[in-house]
Design a binder for this molecule. Sequence first.
Ligand SMILES: C[S@@+](CC[C@H](N)C(=O)[O-])C[C@H]1O[C@@H](n2cnc3c(N)ncnc32)[C@H](O)[C@@H]1O
Length: 309
Amino acid sequence: MSHTSVLLRESIDALKIKSNGIYVDGTLGRGGHSAAILAQLDGGHLYAFDRDQEAIEASNDRLQRISDAFTLIHANFSQMKEKLEAYHVNEVDGILLDLGVSSPQFDEAQRGFSYRYDARLDMRMDQGQPLSAWEVVNEWDYTALSDIFYRYGDEKFARVIARAIERQRIQASINTTWELVEVIKSALPQRELRKKGHPAKRVFQAIRIAVNDEMGELTKVLEDGIHLLKPGGRMCVISFHSLEDRIVKHAFVGASSTPQIDKRIPILAKDLPQAPYRIITKKAIVANETEQNENHRAHSAKLRVLERI
Ligand SMILES: C[S@@+](CC[C@H](N)C(=O)[O-])C[C@H]1O[C@@H](n2cnc3c(N)ncnc32)[C@H](O)[C@@H]1O
């Protein structure tokens, strides 16, 4: 099963790869971006992370065919700093993050990410993780469920859906994706069911984000990753929904803002401390029309780039 890399040329160009540099791909997936980075290295090294063991196994051969100047790390990207330290790497020339799930994760029925296939509720990117969608759906209380449906799924009917799940669980646990779809549908008014788009889409997205703590992971990797950059080093992040994009934008604006000085301190503008980072993408880069037509995932993709000065 393959994955078509999104904003590949744009993100690789934005990294401004130095052939002898140290690069990190936080989201290896099927190795599309990693392969493009590796192909430009000569004397440099690539460290690629994925929390999904299948991604690590599936990408190794593809990368070996290019060179052996890479190390695959099966870990969450929130652990980037500590994991790199174990390889005596304390600063890097570039970091790439291509967030979300890969097509193989989404399209493999038994991973339980998709409402298109009937499978046990799972949605774990890391199959060794104890928390899966089953626990969220069957064990989280009404408040926690309605909160994630609203915050991570922007679901207008968050409360009624959470109530319906709670009611159903009293009868029997909800074990599969299609059982969950039925509960969601039963909670929605007819006019909602007639609308375009799958009625369970938002709730499935919300559960996936919660199971994989996607917002916590992103916040942590941005904090640590920004500090790992060498002067001239760049961080490129491709996000797929507004919640992620907002976190990326906020982190980049924070890093590139001049430290506030008490207005009463007499200091000339030229002597003001400068922010150590600059935003390269004043507006996020989006996929061109051709890519959008060829790859459905590219529709919502946004690339933002930060550089250490
Ligand atoms: C969109 S895919 C990356 C595709 C890749 N750029 C390519 O071209 O093949 C995202 C990958 O990142 C991984 N991932 C998502 N969140 C992660 C995290 N917090 N830590 C490590 N890997 C993560 C997923 O398991 C998935 O394989």
